[in-house]
Design a protein around this ligand. Sequence first.
Ligand SMILES: C[S@@+](CC[C@H](N)C(=O)[O-])C[C@H]1O[C@@H](n2cnc3c(N)ncnc32)[C@H](O)[C@@H]1O
Length: 275
Amino acid sequence: MADEQRVSGHYSSGKLMERLRTALAAEGIDPDRPTVEQLAPFDHFHGRGLEATQQAANLVAASSADHILDVGSGIGGPARYFAKRFGCRVTGIDLTVEFCEVARGLTHAVGLADRVKFEQGNALAMPFPDASFDGAYSMNVSMNIADKPGLFREIRRVLKPGAWFVLAEIAQGPAGPPTYPTPWARTAGTSFLATPDETHAALAAVGFTIVQSRDTVAEATAFTARSRALIARGEKPPFHAVYLIHGELAREMAANGARDLAAGKTIPLEILCRA
Ligand SMILES: C[S@@+](CC[C@H](N)C(=O)[O-])C[C@H]1O[C@@H](n2cnc3c(N)ncnc32)[C@H](O)[C@@H]1O
């Protein structure tokens, strides 16, 4: 089976919209008319959820005239956040059919369907002309893609010269491979972590200029501690996306993630570059 099929198989349950509607209703939120803010604990599917999306957005100065690309858009939380914050258009592309369907449904429900669109497709061969976008970001997607030079070349191709690109990813740390299952892969077969140096080199090799790069280990560690304290007090953790998407397996994934971060097996990275 091709990597792409195994990756989208990892993320698909066929039950996501049903689970999401149940979870929203349980919080007293109308599943047919949620707001972008009410969806935030559920639809930012990466470590630290909304907090990490806000930090990525803080790095750029987008305007309402801009058209931004979300590479590996998931169920669209980051795309709706960027669109609302900057008043811009956002196009997301994602491999997983079910995620694109849920992303479109939620975007329609919050009233952003005129500005936020989702295409099902592969980030390695995007159906967009050269130099189409004013900026792009990709949040926790590259871990599923072996061909990093191919991914970064394709993103650079669709960006206008000088446009920004924010990459958030989990990098390979010095202490050995991650423990599976992780939120992005059940086995090593669909997990392709690069070290920070390898990612920097791959970005530079296709012509990106790295403006800044930092690890967010301290924030991720603090976020994990805050979530644990809430759970210990019988309260809800601030981030439910992984539980909605992965069901029962999510608990084990979250525990592995916290241990691997503490052990130095994984390093969350946030990089701003220019095409
Ligand atoms: C951990 S989720 C992150 C989703 C979203 N970026 C977010 O932060 O909410 C990883 C996403 O990458 C997508 N993905 C993985 N490989 C891809 C590829 N080659 N092309 C497009 N999307 C891909 C998956 O379908 C999944 O939606």
